[in-house]
Ligand binder design. Structure first.
Ligand code: WTA
Length: 652
C-alpha cells in the first residue's frame, strides 16, 4: 500500500508488460522506442520548429507566418496561414490512384451496405456545400447536425468545412430539449437531420424531435432532412427541404474556401456528468494537423488498411477518428449505424470478419459488455485480419484489457489505450503500437510535443507513483480555443484550477518508467479516512473477481470515515447475488488493494445508469447512495428504467 502526501492515493499495481511485436514494429511508421524518443526530444528542444516541420504534411493555400502566438490562455496556431480541411481530406487524394479508393464503407443496422470512393465523397461534399449555400449558409454561420451514423453526416461536416461554416453535431440520441439548448447556444442558422435512425431493430425518430426543438430556436431558417427510414414525417413548407431533392439540383463543383488557420471548425458540447454542457470550440489548421498526425502515429495507418472506430460521430472521437484524421490520411473507414448486439451480440465480430477489418478502436464500456455477453460470440468468427486494437473514453481495467487482448486480439495485436478529451481535440497520451511496451491499464506516455505532468492542487510536482492532477504545461495544436460564448468559464474551468497549466480534471499517477495511469475524473475520487482513492481502482479490483461483469464505486458521507465506499455491481451471466458473494467481494478488494478500499456497501443491480456515450453516471449513483433519491439533472441518462430499478431496490 502506498501512502501519499498529495491529494489522491494510488493503489493499483500492475506488473505485466507487453513489448511491441517485432513483426508489427518492422512495418510501423515509428518502429522503436529510440525513434519515438528522438521525436520527443526534437519536440522538447524546439516545440514550434517541430510542429512547423509536421505541418508540411498538410496542403496549405498560404503558408503560415508564425507557428504559435501564446497569450495564456489563448493560443493562435499557424497565424497568417490559409487552409481548407475538406481540401485536405478529399481533393488532395484525387490526384492519384486514391481517387478510386474506398473512403467510407458503411453498413446500416438492417444490413444494407454502401461504399463511397474518395471521388464520390468529394462530389457529394461539393454538392452538399452548394445545398448549404442555397439554404443561406455563409462563411462563419453555424450549422447543427442531428443525424444518424450515416455517410450523409460525414458529408455534411465536410461540406461545412468546405465553405467555412462551423458545425455543431448533436448526438442523435439526445432529446428535443437538449437539441434546442445546443442550437440556441451556438446560434445555428440551419439544422440537418433525418427522418429517423435504426437502433436495436426499431426506429429512433429524429424529425419529430427537431420539430419540437424548432419551436424555440429563433435563429434557425431552414431544416434539411435525409430520408433514411422512410417513415412519415411532417415537412413545414418554406422551412423544411428533402436532402435528396436539393442534392439532385445542386452543382457538383464547389471551390473550397481559403480559410485562416484559426477559423472556427466546430463546436461540440461536452456531455459531462455534471453541470451545463460546455460548447467546446475547435479551429481549423491546428486541429487538422493534430488529427492527421495522431491518426497516423497511434493507429499506424497503412494504405491498404480497413480501419474501424466504433464511436458515434456525435462525440469527439467520431469527429477526430472517424472523419477528419482518417480521411486526411486517405484511409478506408468502416462506419456502422447501429447497436453492437443487433441482431445478435456478435454483430461487431461478424463485421470484422466480413470486411476484413485491420484496426479496431472502441470503448472500455463496450469491452465490458462483450465480456458479459461471453466469449462464445467472438469465437464464432475469424478475427485474424485484426492487427491493432484501441480503446478510449474511460480507464480500462487490466482484466478487461487482458480479455480484449486475448479474446479479440488473439494475443497478437498491440493495444493502444488512448487518453484524451473533447477539449484536447486528439489523443494526448498513448502507446505507439510499433514502439511502446504496454502495461494493461496504462495509457503509457504522452505523445511527442505533449508536455503532460502530474501536480498537486497547488501546482507542486508529484513524485513517482503518488497520485495527483493531470495537467498539460504547454499549448498543443488541437487544444480547445475557448468555450463558445463563455470565455470566462474557459479560463476558470481549464486554466485557473492550477496556475499557468491546463487542468484536465483527471487524477493520474506516473510510475517509475514514466507511464501514466489515469485514475478517472477528480470528482470521482473518494476520501476514506483521509485517504483519497480513485474509484476506478476499486472498480478494477471488483471486476477482476470472476463473478463480476461491471462495477461502479461512489462515496457516501460517513460520520466516522468521511466517506464510505458504495459499490454497484452487475454480475456475470449465470452468477446469483447473495450475501456470501458480498462478503467474498469485500475480501477480494481487501486482498487486491487493502482493507482501506473494502466497500462498506455492495449493491447488486442488473444495469448501471449511463450517459448516452456510455459513461457511468456516478453523480446519480452518489445521490442514490447518499439519500436513496435523485434530485439532479438526468437529461443525459440513456435508460431511465435503470434509475427506477435502483431506486426501487433502495426502498426494499
Ligand atoms: C476519460 C473522449 C482513462 C477521462 C475522448 C477524460 C479516459 C474523459 C481515457 C474525456 C483513457 C478518456 N483512460 N480515461 N484512455 N480516455 N478518458 O471528452 O476522464 O468524452 O477526461 O473525450 O474521458 O471524455 P470525452
Amino acid at each position: 500500500m502506498s501512502t501519499s502526501t498529495t491529494n489522491i492515493e494510488s493503489v493499483l499495481h500492475e506488473e505485466r508488460i507487453f513489448a511491441a511485436p517485432p513483426e508489427f514494429s518492422e512495418k510501423a511508421h515509428i518502429r522503436s522506442m529510440r525513434e519515438l524518443e528522438e521525436l520527443r526530444e526534437e519536440a522538447e528542444r524546439d516545440p514550434e520548429g517541430f510542429w512547423a516541420r509536421m505541418a508540411e504534411e498538410l496542403h496549405w493555400f498560404k503558408r503560415w507566418d508564425t507557428v504559435l502566438k501564446w497569450e495564456p490562455p489563448h493560443a493562435e496556431w499557424f497565424g497568417g496561414g490559409e487552409i481548407n480541411i475538406s481540401y485536405n481530406c478529399l481533393d488532395r487524394h484525387l490526384t492519384s490512384w486514391r481517387r478510386n479508393k474506398a473512403a467510407i464503407i458503411w453498413e446500416g443496422e438492417p444490413g444494407e451496405q454502401r461504399t463511397l470512393t474518395y471521388q464520390q465523397l468529394h462530389r457529394d461534399v461539393c454538392r452538399f456545400a452548394n445545398v448549404l449555400k442555397r439554404a443561406g449558409v455563409q462563411k462563419g454561420d453555424r450549422v447543427a447536425l442531428y443525424m444518424p451514423l450515416i455517410p450523409e453526416l460525414a458529408i455534411a461536416m465536410l461540406a461545412c468545412a468546405r465553405i467555412g461554416a462551423t458545425h455543431s453535431v448533436v448526438f442523435g440520441g439526445f432529446s428535443a430539449d437538449a437539441l434546442k439548448d445546443r442550437i440556441n447556444d451556438a446560434g445555428c442558422k440551419v439544422v440537418v437531420t433525418a427522418d429517423g435512425a435504426f437502433r436495436r431493430g426499431t426506429e429512433v425518430r429524429l424529425k419529430p424531435a427537431v420539430d419540437e426543438a424548432l419551436k424555440h430556436t429563433p435563429t434557425i431558417e431552414a431544416c434539411i432532412v435525409v430520408r433514411r427510414t422512410g417513415s412519415n414525417v411532417r415537412m413545414q413548407l418554406g422551412r423544411d427541404h428533402w436532402w435528396h431533392e436539393w442534392m439532385e439540383a445542386a452543382a457538383s463543383d464547389c471551390a473550397p474556401e481559403e480559410l485562416p488557420s484559426e477559423h472556427p471548425l466546430f463546436i461540440l458540447h461536452t456531455s459531462g456528468t455534471t453541470g451545463k454542457p460546455k460548447g467546446i470550440l475547435h479551429t481549423t489548421a491546428g486541429y487538422l494537423l493534430y488529427a492527421h498526425l495522431t491518426t497516423k502515429w497511434v493507429f499506424d495507418l497503412k494504405e491498404e488498411d480497413i480501419y474501424w472506430c466504433t464511436a458515434d460521430i456525435g462525440w469527439v472521437t467520431g469527429h477526430t477518428y472517424v472523419v477528419y484524421g482518417p480521411l486526411s490520411n486517405g484511409a478506408t473507414v468502416l462506419m456502422y449505424e447501429g447497436a453492437p448486439n443487433y441482431p445478435e451480440p456478435d454483430r461487431f465480430w461478424q463485421m470484422i470478419e466480413r470486411h476484413r477489418v485491420n484496426i479496431f478502436y472502441t470503448a472500455p464500456t463496450a469491452i465490458r459488455a462483450f465480456i458479459k455477453w461471453g466469449e462464445q460470440w467472438p469465437r464464432k468468427h475469424d478475427l485474424s485480419s485484426l492487427r491493432l486494437l484501441g480503446t478510449v473514453g474511460e480507464p480500462i481495467n487490466p482484466e478487461a484489457w487482458m480479455w480484449y487482448r486475448d479474446a479479440i486480439g488473439g494475443g497478437r495485436c498491440p493495444i493502444v489505450d488512448t487518453w484524451w478529451q473533447t477539449e484536447t481535440g486528439g489523443i494526448m497520451i498513448s502507446p505507439l503500437p510499433g514502439a511502446t511496451p504496454t502495461k494493461p491499464g496504462s495509457a503509457t506516455k504522452p505523445l511527442p510535443g505533449i508536455a503532460a505532468d502530474i501536480m498537486t492542487k497547488t501546482g507542486e510536482p508529484v513524485a513517482d507513483n503518488l497520485g495527483g492532477y493531470l495537467v498539460i504545461k504547454r499549448p498543443w495544436p488541437a487544444m480547445l480555443r475557448t468555450i463558445w460564448g463563455d470565455d470566462e468559464r474557459y479560463r476558470e474551468a481549464y486554466w485557473s484550477e492550477i496556475e499557468g497549466v491546463y487542468f484536465a480534471g483527471d487524477g493520474a499517477r506516473r510510475d517509475a518508467d514514466g507511464y501514466y495511469w489515469i485514475m478517472g475524473r477528480v470528482d470521482d475520487v473518494i476520501n476514506v479516512s483521509g485517504h483519497r482513492l480513485g474509484t476506478m481502482e476499486i472498480e478494477s479490483a471488483l471486476v477482476s473477481h470472476e463473478a463480476v461483469a461491471e462495477a461502479a464505486v461512489v462515496g457516501r458521507p460517513d460520520e466516522l470515515k468521511g466517506q464510505a465506499i458504495v459499490a454497484f455491481v452487475t454480475l456475470e451471466g449465470t452468477r446469483q447475488a447473495s450475501d456470501e458473494l458480498k462478503g467474498a467481494l469485500r475480501q477480494h478488494v481487501a486482498k487486491e488493494i487493502g482493507a482501506l478500499a473494502k466497500p462498506d456497501d455492495i449493491r447488486f443491480t442488473d444495469a448501471l445508469p449511463k450517459t448516452r456515450s456510455g459513461k457511468i453516471m456516478r453523480r446519480l449513483l452518489r445521490e442514490i447512495a447518499a439519500s436513496g433519491a435523485v434530485a439532479g439533472d438526468t437529461t443525459t441518462l440513456e435508460d431511465f428504467s435503470v434509475l427506477e430499478r435502483l431506486r426501487a431496490q433502495e426502498e426494499e
